[in-house]
Design a protein around this ligand. Structure first.
Ligand SMILES: C[S@@+](CC[C@H](N)C(=O)[O-])C[C@H]1O[C@@H](n2cnc3c(N)ncnc32)[C@H](O)[C@@H]1O
Length: 356
């Protein structure tokens, strides 16, 4: 038998897929088809058709309504303050082509490089798309460093992406065990674990009430502070179990339909506190008029009352002071098919404003 030709490329090594129990993978890391949508398009389409978001991706919310509010024109300069998976960015890039430019900000050093790679692979070069790792509270500095005096349109789609939420190693979900982290930018302190270890009981109760409208904020704060002195909270499911005990909720997976909303609210409150989300939103809203050209449009998508209240008040004050020439009168909500197809759209609220 002839020796194999050393110059011919060797066949790609066969990779065994990970083994998992049951028909479909349940763990985030095992959902290998969903993590590779280009290769497994059919399987990913089935996941979407079932009303779920494929692992490792994010479906943009209220795209039609946002594009209507921003009224983008070819050649315009746009800022996507919350790049995420790049879903809104792609839609906006299509509207501003040819010769348009989009600046995409995100604080997440884990997901942002993947999104940049996807957008570059889709053909968006540096002339059309510039990615910046920055908090949107620093938008004036980002624009100044790029030599821009203002944008024609700005979008902020607040909160976290499905990729962040679904990845147990980021600690955003109580549904899987992971470190109690909840940082959008894991290079910045504190983690949720260290925040929860130090926070005073009264401040914890205030965070639960203000960040998530938690009706049992005082009880939960008192009990968590008592429990942490015995064992510090370091894992998501450890905290979830403690909350179930405090609120006398049945443990999950016993065939009983459990109401997880109190757990969701506590995790939301921690996330908002750890990332100072209200502080950066207030700063962003204050700087916003100076970041828009005259006639420039802004659209902001919020996911809970604390965020929406801030946006509503800032736009209303801006209209009164003549900073904005018009603002959305009512909040705009997702409708019909989108609500069915993407349950995450049900809490979304959209508001827009036009710079005078
Ligand atoms: C809801 S997702 C955006 C999804 C995106 N619109 C899409 O279509 O894929 C929110 C993103 O904003 C980022 N983010 C949240 N707060 C931020 C802030 N203050 N500054 C910059 N990025 C932020 C998060 O890391 C996350 O990637």
């Amino acid at each position: 038998m002839a020796d194999p030709d050393p110059t011919s490329p060797s066949p790609a090594p066969h990779k065994r897929r990970k083994r998992y129990a049951g028909k479909n993978p349940r763990k985030f890391a095992d959902k290998y088809k969903e993590h590779d949508p280009e290769r497994y398009a059919g399987d990913v389409a089935k996941v979407i058709a079932s009303g779920k978001t494929p692992a490792g991706s994010h479906r943009p919310i209220m795209v039609t309504e946002i594009l209507a509010a921003l009224a983008l024109q070819p050649g315009e300069t746009v800022v996507d303050c919350t790049l995420g998976y790049g879903g809104h960015t792609r839609e906006m890039l299509a509207k501003i082509a040819p010769k348009g430019r989009l600046i995409g900000l995100d604080v997440d050093p884990i997901e942002q490089p993947k999104t940049i790679a996807r957008l570059r692979a889709a053909g968006f070069g540096e002339d059309a798309f510039t990615a910046v790792r920055s908090n949107f509270a620093g938008l004036p500095k980002v624009l100044a460093e790029l030599g821009l005096t203002g944008a024609d349109a700005i979008l902020a789609d607040l909160g976290i992406s499905s990729m962040q939420l679904d990845d147990p190693t980021r600690g955003f979900t109580f549904k899987h065990d992971g470190p109690l982290d909840l940082r959008l930018n894991p290079t910045r302190e504190p983690t949720a674990a260290s925040w929860l270890a130090r926070v005073r009981e009264a401040d914890l109760a205030a965070a639960l009430a203000d960040n998530a409208d938690e009706p049992k904020a005082e009880l939960i704060a008192r009990e968590l502070v008592a429990k942490r002195s015995i064992t510090p909270f370091t894992r998501t499911q450890q905290l979830a179990e403690a909350l179930r005990e405090i609120l006398r909720l049945p443990p999950p997976g016993r065939g009983v339909e459990t109401d997880d909303s109190p757990l969701r609210r506590v995790f939301q409150a921690l996330r908002i506190a750890v990332n100072d989300e209200f502080g950066v939103l207030d700063l962003f809203l204050r700087h916003l008029p100076s970041c828009l050209q005259s006639g420039g449009r802004v659209a902001i998508l919020t996911f809970h009352s604390g965020e929406d209240r801030r946006v509503k008040q800032a736009f209303k004050a801006g209209l009164r002071d003549g900073v904005y020439s018009s603002v959305s009168e009512d909040v705009i909500r997702a409708r019909g098919e989108e609500l069915r197809a993407n349950p995450r759209s049900s809490s979304a609220k959209l508001r827009w404003a036009v710079r005078a």
